[in-house]
Design a protein around this ligand. Structure first.
Ligand code: RIB
Ligand code: CA
Length: 306
């Protein structure tokens, strides 16, 4: 997770959902610097009261380029400039790489799912330094990319590239090509207007009692005041593991562009349906093509319940 508002809300959702077990969290440079992303993850773990869930500090910069930030959207602190108290809990004593590798080594074969809600730097480093770890990953779920399979499947950081992929396209290229089962939840579905938070949803959050609703209201306040809506990118990726029946995925061959003058960070889905599979370009990816409208209500109920 890269420390943004939607990362934090996704983490609240994951930690409060009995359908999945969160083992640990790695922070990564993205929306905000990795140190801030680590603090924000610790704030959520403490809010939910799950001190057994470790938070390990990850990569401070992308594999091969300077970091970019999203302060204008998430604020300088990543959580909407909500100035929440600093966490009491310390980060895990192990690095993100060590923590991930040890978790996978102690797991049975293929029983751990890795959900990425920021740039893929940590995961790419794991697969590079500990290549055998890939055999113990059941599935990788990535919030990232824009595939052109709905009218909303266009870029947000550039006309064609989504922020997480654009931030570290070299890492994305490595993860997409790692031959580990990969699902992506991209802008094609996360930016469908009916699935975004609107003023009426925010008003409902503010009416709810309890610390979780207060946390959501406080971190969303600035965005809702400025933009009047909020896109639930990361919660939608995490929710695909909680409520899979709401999701449809389609198989595509995908290439990640890392050298284009105008197209760096683009996730190019080969949609030439008239060609045989062996003629298509790219790596096999299950791309999310539909999310049921119930997602937003289920998300709000789960995240704001007292
Ligand atoms: O493009 C949206 C993604 O980039 C989200 O994960 C958001 O938190 C930022 O990391
Ligand atoms: Ca994120």
């Amino acid at each position: 997770m890269d420390g943004g508002i939607d990362d934090a809300l996704a983490l609240v959702l994951g930690l409060r959902s009995p359908e999945i077990e969160v083992i640990g969290i790695t922070s990564v440079s993205g929306n905000v610097p990795v140190r801030q992303a680590t603090v924000n993850a610790l704030r959520v773990v403490e809010l939910v009261g799950r001190p057994e869930v470790w938070v390990a500090k990850g990569a401070a910069r992308p594999l091969a380029r300077d970091p970019i930030r999203a302060y204008e959207f998430h604020g300088r602190d990543g959580l909407g400039d909500s100035h929440l108290p600093m966490p009491q809990q310390d980060p895990f004593s192990k690095t993100a790489l060590k923590a991930m590798n040890e978790t996978l080594s102690s797991a049975k074969r293929r029983e751990v799912t890795i959900i990425c809600t920021g740039p893929l730097t940590n995961l790419a480093s794991l697969l590079t330094h500990f290549p055998e770890s890939k055999n113990r990953i059941e599935e990788i779920i990535v919030m990232g990319g824009a595939y052109g399979i709905t009218q909303y499947g266009v870029g947000n950081e550039t006309p064609v590239a989504e922020f997480n992929i654009y931030s570290d396209p070299e890492a994305a290229k490595l993860v997409f090509g790692a031959k580990v089962p990969l699902k992506t939840v991209g802008l094609d579905v996360t930016t469908i207007p009916q699935l975004e938070l609107e003023r009426s949803d925010y008003a409902r959050i503010r009416k709810e009692k309890g610390k979780f609703a207060a946390f959501a209201a406080r971190t969303l306040k600035k965005n809702m005041r400025l933009h009047g809506r909020f896109t639930l990118h990361d919660p939608m990726a995490v929710a695909s593991a909680i409520w899979p029946a709401l999701y449809e995925f389609s198989s595509y061959r995908v290439c990640v562009e890392s050298r284009g003058e105008y197209t760096t960070g683009m996730t190019i889905a080969d949609r030439r349906s008239w060609l045989s599979e062996d003629k298509l370009s790219g790596d096999p990816v299950m791309v999310c093509s539909h999310v049921g409208a119930r997602f937003k209500r289920l998300f709000l109920e789960r995240v704001t319940a007292a």
